[in-house]
Design a binder for this molecule. Structure first.
Ligand code: DGT
Ligand code: CA
Ligand code: CA
Ligand code: ZN
Length: 579
């Protein structure tokens, strides 16, 4: 396939290239007026009503602030994606240098200095040099600056570069939809960690077949692209607003399955799969599976790759090299739970505490989603800022819930509570009150810093309380924001198993608590899981999508999750109703 001429760039894409030229000029130490002229030009182009690509020089010069030289550059960029001055600058400064400019507290002077003195070209180079203490030796830098740089890199690596699954999925879906409208004949899918349903992802990986090189240009012209990191006929890589990096690869139809498999990963899964091919004297890569004579054995479909390797097709969520290859070989892969298996959702809030909707509104939304039952579980009194319930209100609310539930056909609302687990492990409501409800979720919300022994004893004490059915968001982690508490997961799982208490997979996108690996351990030790939305508003009922993905990554089937049961059996499965 020969690369067709690139489609003309839209204004935003042109503006981006102008900004990049300004960055490069700054690195070069060029006259600030010249740098400013490019930045202004970028602004004018980005906000112009007409497409720059459709105008000639005089048309462009009619825009305020665009002189003769800039008009020529804009014309070149719009037509070809680049221009002479940019190409000249890129001979002096590698494009990867530009990502250093995005680090907190690192400006063009520092980047130039690092490049000239230590040949630092990329984040990776910078990280190595800083760790080796080589930055402080540069004149005008010092140990303090080195420390700042290390901190900026660490911050970026730990958080800024990663994104919650729900957000990443939303951004990827929008991008795929945009690309699809420009290339309706192409098949475009999200691969990488997002396809595997991983709780966070580093970048977005898109794969297209049945598209030509113009699709890469289309990606580069996406309205929220902030910087183009790479752009060729079969791939493009961009940085989107919000810090999302997106990689697009365009592959041939006969290689689609191999590419799907390879770019879905995980890397560890791929390596294990490749080893399996090697053991047979074959070769596996992103282009296909090849025999000893280099003849292609499979490649068009993902299923075909696994099949040729003697394996059942492995759901993406399982591809983490946690035993899935052996299970696929033995035909013992689990039958994974799906969203449609969920019959109820038994952790959500209303305006009685910190929810935003009334009981009636939450019920209507849950019914519209096809659920058969829910439990309303508002907060308890010690969470004063949520207007948590004391015993008297709890009784009154339960009465109202049951009365309302009795008016519904084919749908049941359980009277529950999310009872706070106090710092010493006691519960926030008295035993009679808890015993009078249909269901109790107990959760930790305070004193998260306790040491392991204290936190573990606290949670186990709650588990041993006869009215506790489910432990909510066990570790209290907030993804990319707050580490999990020091609770000993194994000990809690053993206590939950001994007492018939279920553990929750809280589906809030920033919680996903307990995590996939813990849910799997719980299941292996005979603990049931409840997948709950913890919704505080109607749209949040949809969060269970993320909880289900987490459950699938935990190898859970329908039978491992109690709220897949029809109401009567669900109630029997609750700890309070077990013999
Ligand atoms: P992320 O982006 O950190 O959330 O994780 P992934 O899994 O999306 O990783 P990414 O974007 O670096 O690469 C996408 C997939 O490409 C990865 O899951 C497996 C494959 N891949 C990348 N690098 C390698 C490699 O060095 N060896 C093998 N076998 N596969 C790789
Ligand atoms: Ca990725
Ligand atoms: Ca990637
Ligand atoms: Zn809670």
């Amino acid at each position: 396939m020969s690369a067709p001429l690139p489609a003309p760039l839209d204004n935003r894409a042109v503006a981006r290239v102008l900004q990049e030229i300004a960055d490069l000029l700054e690195l070069k130490g060029e006259n600030p007026f010249k740098v400013r002229a490019y930045r202004n030009g970028a602004d004018v182009v980005a906000h112009a009503a007409e497409a720059a690509a459709g105008l000639d020089d005089s048309g462009l010069r009619a825009w305020s602030g665009i002189g003769k030289d800039l008009a020529t550059r804009i014309r070149d960029i719009a037509a070809t994606g680049t221009c002479e001055i940019r190409q000249e600058l890129l001979k002096e400064f590698p494009e990867t240098l530009l990502e250093l400019l995005r680090l907190q507290g690192v400006g063009p002077k520092t980047v130039t200095l690092l490049y000239k003195e230590l040949h630092i070209k990329s984040l990776e180079d910078l990280s190595q040099a800083a760790k080796a203490g080589r930055i402080r030796g540069i004149k005008g830098m010092g140990a303090k600056k080195e420390e700042l740089i290390l901190k900026a890199i660490d911050e970026r690596q730990r958080h800024a570069g990663r994104h919650l699954l729900a957000k990443a999925t939303e951004v990827a879906d929008a991008l795929v939809a945009y690309l699809a409208t420009h290339a309706p004949e192409a098949t475009i899918v999200t691969v990488g960690s997002v396809r595997r349903g991983a709780e966070t992802s580093g970048d977005l990986d898109l794969l297209a077949t049945g598209a030509d090189a113009t699709l890469a240009d289309t990606l580069v012209a996406y309205p929220t692209v902030e910087r183009v990191l790479g752009h060729g006929p079969t791939k493009a890589s961009v940085l989107l607003r919000g810090g999302y990096q997106a990689d697009l690869r365009i592959v041939l139809p006969e290689q689609r399955g191999a590419a799907l498999q390879y770019f879905t990963g995980s890397k560890a899964h791929n390596i294990a799969l490749r080893d399996r091919a090697l053991e047979r004297g074959w070769k596996l890569n992103e282009y296909g599976l090849f025999d000893a004579k280099d003849q292609v054995m499979a490649g068009a479909t993902e299923d075909g790759i696994y099949d040729a390797l003697g394996l059942a097709w492995i759901p993406p969520e399982l591809r983490e090299h946690r035993g899935e290859i052996n299970a696929a070989a033995a035909g013992t892969l689990p039958d994974l739970i799906t969203q449609a298996d969920l019959k109820g959702d038994v952790h959500m809030h209303t305006t009685e505490s910190d929810g935003r909707e009334s009981l009636v509104t939450m019920v209507a939304a849950a019914q519209a989603r096809g659920l058969q039952y829910i439990a309303i579980t508002d907060h308890t009194q010690s969470l004063a800022m949520t207007n948590g319930l004391d015993e008297a209100r709890t009784y009154a609310v339960a009465e109202r819930i049951r009365a309302y539930s009795a008016t519904l056909k084919g749908f049941t609302v359980l009277a529950g509570i999310e009872c706070d687990i106090l710092a010493d492990g006691r519960l926030d409501l008295d035993n009679d009150c808890l015993g009078a409800l249909d269901l109790v979720v107990a959760s930790v919300h305070s004193a998260m810093q306790q040491d392991e022994a204290e936190m573990t004893a606290r949670v186990i004490k709650a588990i041993e309380h006869p009215s506790v059915d489910i432990i909510g968001h066990l570790t209290g982690r907030l993804l990319l924001r707050r580490d999990p508490s020091r609770v000993n997961i194994e000990k809690v799982i053993d206590a939950a198993a001994a007492n018939g208490v279920a553990l929750e997979i809280n589906s809030q996108p920033y919680r996903l608590d307990i995590a996939d690996s813990h849910a799997r351990l719980a299941r292996d030790r005979g603990v049931k899981i409840a997948i709950n939305s913890d919704a505080h508003e109607v749209d949040a009922l949809g969060f269970t999508r993320w909880g289900v993905l987490t459950a699938r990554r935990a190898w859970l089937g329908k039978d491992d999750v109690i709220n897949t049961l029809p109401l009567a059996q669900f109630r029997e499965a609750l700890r309070r109703n077990r013999a």
